[in-house]
Design a protein around this ligand. Structure first.
Ligand code: ADP
Length: 375
């Protein structure tokens, strides 16, 4: 503040100070108080009364230590705060503080030292916000997240054990059907032969599904964050899929892609699944045109994988990401309905999101956001 030049200026500046003090007194969301050098309370406002429960008459002249727990006072936390504010000018602290009725609240405190013209500390301004509700909400969210993580681990363990144990009786079944066919084959007629085929196909399909389940539950068990060059990744995927690309006479256009921090093997699987689907779910007689793009956003990369294929009806846009969910007969398009479930799990391992924009007969665009991660 500038020094007043005239008596009129001085009056003017005193008037402003008074108005400021009056305004501070009326503030209800923040406890604003002035302390002397030793931390004795000199002024009190409505917010302080609301948050801490004392009236101005009860509290003025008392030391601000009354807002601290016995343990904090024993460690001289209030004294330390005053000394640090005097040394640094302004400091911010958060912690549990004590109200008049001895209940606790989570306070976010800003303490600013006030100096005289010679620079000596003559007191402090203290602003406190009651963040108890936010603090409790954060704690609940953290607890929920931990609970979900625990449940997920249990579930994955269950899927792993169940699918592992299912393999054995299945193996017995297929072995004995083979034995039966081998040793007693000539005794069976054509119809019995057809029944055998159905049993064998069913068993093979079940073996496939169990393998998928095992793969799904293993996904993410041994993962390592590293820098992944997505451009190189897409090139190697295209080379792996070259036969399917050639057979489908597909054109794949990949725009410049970033290098990002992620799980390389899993990202490879993600893009490979999406490209394979874009090749597979093509319109009969129309060569697939596939485009891969990435756009930098504030906190993440947004990838778009677009095709000109058969598209997806709006009511199935969520369902396709669930395990074993398919929209077509196996005769029309082969598959197990696991690819997109894998994609979703991989994207979520990165803290991201996957969704689809599509219209039947007009192609699909899969949108993936991958938040920026660091090593
Ligand atoms: P799968 O490919 O083994 O059937 P996915 O989990 O990869 O299993 O896909 C689930 C279903 O989502 C597919 O059966 C298909 O109906 C639909 N789908 C996936 N990708 C596309 C796409 N690019 N275009 C149209 N439909 C798609």
């Amino acid at each position: 503040m500038t020094t007043p030049n005239t008596a009129g200026d001085a009056l003017q500046s005193d008037h402003i100070k008074l108005r400021l003090l009056q305004m501070m007194e009326e503030v209800e969301d923040y406890a604003i108080l002035l302390l002397d050098q030793s931390g004795n309370i000199e002024s009190w406002n409505k917010g302080a009364q609301r948050i801490k429960g004392y009236s101005a008459e009860e509290v003025i002249g008392k030391n601000f230590r009354i807002f601290y727990s016995a343990a904090d006072c024993l460690m001289d936390t209030p004294g330390e705060i005053l000394r640090e504010a005097a040394a640094k000018g302004t400091i911010n602290r958060e912690g549990w503080r004590v109200k008049k009725d001895q209940s606790m609240f989570w306070g976010s405190v800003t303490m600013t030292a006030i100096h005289d013209e010679q620079g000596a500390t003559i007191g402090f301004a203290k602003i406190t916000r009651d963040l108890t509700q936010q603090r409790l909400a954060e704690k609940t969210i953290r607890q929920h997240a931990q609970q979900i993580e625990r449940k997920n681990k249990e579930l994955e363990q269950f899927v792993y054990i169940a699918s592992h144990d299912l393999q054995e009786p299945l193996l017995n079944l297929t072995n004995f059907v083979e034995l039966l066919q081998y040793e007693y084959g000539p005794l069976f007629d054509e119809t019995a032969g057809m029944y055998f085929d159905v049993i064998t196909q069913g068993a093979s399909r079940m073996r496939n599904l169990i393998r998928c389940l095992l793969d799904y539950s293993r996904l993410g068990q041994q993962i390592e964050l590293k820098e992944v060059d997505c451009q190189a990744l897409l090139e190697s995927i295209q080379s792996d899929l070259s036969v399917s690309i050639k057979n489908a006479q597909a054109t794949i256009h990949v725009e410049p892609l970033p290098t990002l921090v992620g799980y390389e093997t899993e990202l490879n699987q993600l893009f490979q699944n999406l490209l394979s689907n874009a090749l597979k779910f093509r319109k009969p007689g129309i060569a697939p045109q596939i485009q891969v793009r990435a756009e930098r956003q504030a906190t993440s990369w947004c990838f778009r994988i677009s095709d000109n294929g058969i598209g997806i009806a709006p009511e199935f846009k969520e369902k396709i990401f669930l395990i074993f969910q398919r929209l077509h007969e196996r005769e029309a398009y082969e598959g197990n309905g696991i690819g997109l479930a894998h994609c979703k799990k991989i994207v979520e391992m990165h803290g991201g999101d996957i969704s689809v924009e599509s219209e039947p007969g007009r192609g699909s665009t899969f949108l993936i956001t991958l938040p920026f991660l660091s090593l």
